[in-house]
Design a protein around this ligand. Structure first.
Ligand SMILES: Nc1ncnc2c1ncn2[C@@H]1O[C@H](COP(=O)(O)OP(=O)(O)O)[C@@H](O)[C@H]1O
Ligand SMILES: [Mg+2]
Length: 587
């Protein structure tokens, strides 16, 4: 019940908003059905007139005109209802799609880790489509079929004969049951076919993406075999659908045939004994003809509507997902940050029963200072950044900026004031200029270039044929790891935030380049705070503070001298790297 009330929350308001249009559409639909009733009647009248020779050419002409008039009304009504109802369904689909997308953008990273891209895509395609079909074509069909059945039956009973109508209702009822049964069964098979198709798609996509790995490990044959199997499954699933429809379609036609046989035998009998005129006989058969479609369509509509409900339910599961990271009820009125950061005794684990990844970390950074963070892979460096950018909340200890607890700072302000280069940096399929100005769309070309120069990527860019307008990604140039890193740094620099975080962003560049970039940073980021996660002792020796993490063990914290004197992890790392340097130099 609760799910249902929420379901109304996303679909119903939009339907209500468009309800006048919707009602006009339904009225037009009703008119079409009503007008349709007269055509068999006119045909009956022509027949009777001809049989009794009581009709003249002018009479036939008049009836023809009436039939044409009905036809025109039918045409107009059809246009109106299609436009109103299908149009509304498309609009509602579009609005819901945007809502869904906006909602997805608010979800935490965790959500994306836990859900497959293919599943997320299917909300936007299959599920929304099912909802649209339910509120558009299926509603039309259900309404149309019901109205038409009732009107036709009423006419058959009042204008022709109750008994005859009852006779033909028997096979008609069986037809409706068959239609419903068929709809239910084909649906399950159809879904399996769709699933097989999705698997096939996933497989092809992954093989294309992983093509280099496949070749490098000489796994083409195995891939081919596996593909053959996926492909075969798809064929089997499709055949399953075909088999059922191949059996049912003729069966349904057969039932329709039986109905006609009954109508002809019984109707013929009544006509012969004079209970019915020839015209009534013709009219009756024409009415039977217009009953066949509603009988079959109703089952279909019921299935599509239930599919729509299922789609809606899935969409609601997503819409009900809430990010646990939210703005405080009464956030502090913070608008900008100065770059002052303090961490007090932060201890953090990713889950209740998981081990601590950070233990008792305390750090104090003043505006304009640089904090270097070091540690082995898996030591918790990125975890620390996740806390600083509030992708996760701290439970023990506290993080504050300018004396405001991180939870009291509006998320938007927090993230606007931090420029962050993630470890797995990402380039969009856009031009380099667009990629770099991603965080500041209004940046001028000169500003973009200044950031690129500071990140030491400008010269590379100028070597590309289209310079800053070079496309990146699948349809453009492939950047090397180091080029990607430096472009990401340029993007972050251009954002010009009070706080910059580089998460292992210099790992793919050589030592000389790294030194150049760090040198440039001093100038570019004058007076602003930097947090640099790095591996080389040489990178961090000039930082104001150094934090060395060790996977949940107590961290080392201090200046370069302090840490060297302490002879802990940092000192041993420094010695090791120094030895490596000397060995390299000796070669
Ligand atoms: N989202 C997560 N959920 C659970 N464990 C995680 C998550 N992210 C990282 N970890 C774990 O936390 C530890 C530290 O990871 P991370 O901070 O990425 O290390 P680093 O950046 O220093 O290489 C690793 O053991 C990693 O497996
Ligand atoms: Mg990391």
């Amino acid at each position: 019940m609760e799910a249902k009330s929420k379901q109304r929350g996303i679909l119903l308001p939009h339907l209500l908003r468009y309800s006048p249009v919707y009602i006009i559409g339904l009225a037009a639909l009703f008119m079409v059905d009503y007008v349709q009733l007269f055509i068999p009647q006119f045909m009956g009248e022509v027949t009777d007139g001809l049989a009794s020779r009581s009709i003249d050419a002018a009479g036939i002409g008049r009836l023809c005109m009436q039939i044409i008039f009905c036809g025109l009304l039918h045409l107009l009504g059809r246009f109106v209802w299609r436009y109103c109802i299908f149009g509304t369904a498309r609009k509602v689909e579009r609005i819901m799609r945007s809502q869904l997308f906006e909602h997805l953008e608010t979800l935490p990273q965790r959500y994306y880790h836990e859900h497959k891209t293919g599943d997320l895509m299917s909300y936007f395609t299959n599920d929304l489509e099912a909802v649209r079909i339910a509120v558009g074509p299926s509603i039309v069909t259900a309404f149309d079929a019901t109205v038409l059945t009732v009107l036709v039956l009423y006419r058959m009973i009042t204008r022709i004969s109750l008994t005859l109508t009852l006779y033909t209702l028997i096979p008609m009822g069986v037809l409706a049951l068959f239609g419903y049964y068929y709809g239910k069964n084909i649906e399950g098979r159809y879904r399996k076919m769709q699933k097989a198709f999705a698997t096939l798609q996933d497989y092809v996509q992954e093989s294309v993406s992983g093509e280099r790995v496949i070749k490098a490990f000489v796994q083409e044959e195995k891939q081919k075999d596996a593909f053959r199997e996926v492909n075969e499954n798809k064929r089997k699933a499709s055949l399953h659908v075909v088999k059922l429809s191949a059996f049912f379609m003729p069966m349904l036609q057969f039932l329709v045939g039986i109905t006609y046989v009954i109508a002809i035998v019984a109707g013929g009998y009544y006509t012969m004994i004079g209970e019915m005129t020839l015209g009534m006989f013709v009219m009756f058969n024409a009415y039977i003809g217009s009953l066949v479609w509603p009988m079959l369509a109703l089952g279909d509509a019921i299935t599509s509507i239930s599919q729509g409900i299922a789609g809606m339910r899935r969409i609601h599961e997503v819409m009900d997902e809430k990010s646990e990271i939210q703005d405080a009820a009464n956030p502090d009125p913070v608008e900008t940050l100065s770059g002052q950061i303090s961490l007090k005794n932060v201890t953090f684990a990713y889950g209740e029963n998981l081990p601590d990844k950070l233990k008792d970390v305390s750090v104090e950074v003043r505006p304009g200072e640089t904090l270097a963070v070091m540690g082995r892979t898996g030591s918790g460096k990125t975890t620390l950044v996740n806390l600083l950018t509030r992708l996760y909340d701290v439970e023990q200890g506290s993080i504050s900026y300018d004396g405001h607890d991180i939870k009291q700072i509006p998320l938007k302000v927090l993230r606007e004031n931090i420029a962050y280069v993630p470890q797995d940096n990402f380039m969009f399929s856009q031009t380099l200029a667009e990629n770099i100005s991603f965080g500041r769309l209004e940046a001028t070309q000169a500003e973009i270039e200044r950031a690129a120069v500071a990140a030491d990527i400008h010269d590379n860019i100028m070597d590309f044929p289209e310079k800053y307008d070079t496309m990146v990604g699948e349809r453009g140039v492939t950047l090397s790891g180091g080029q990607k890193q430096r472009s990401s740094i340029a993007r972050a620099l251009l954002k010009d935030s009070p706080i910059l975080i580089l998460d292992d962003s210099l790992s793919a560049v050589d030592t000389d380049t790294e030194e150049r970039i760090l040198e440039n940073l001093k100038e570019y980021r004058k007076g602003k705070t930097n947090i640099i996660i790095a591996h080389r002792v040489s990178t961090v020796q000039n930082a104001d503070h150094i934090l060395v993490l060790d996977e949940g063990l107590p961290a080392e914290y201090g200046t370069h001298e302090e840490l060297m004197a302490r002879e802990g992890i940092f000192a041993s790392m420094a010695h090791k790297q120094q030895l490596e340097q000397q060995l390299l130099a000796a070669e």
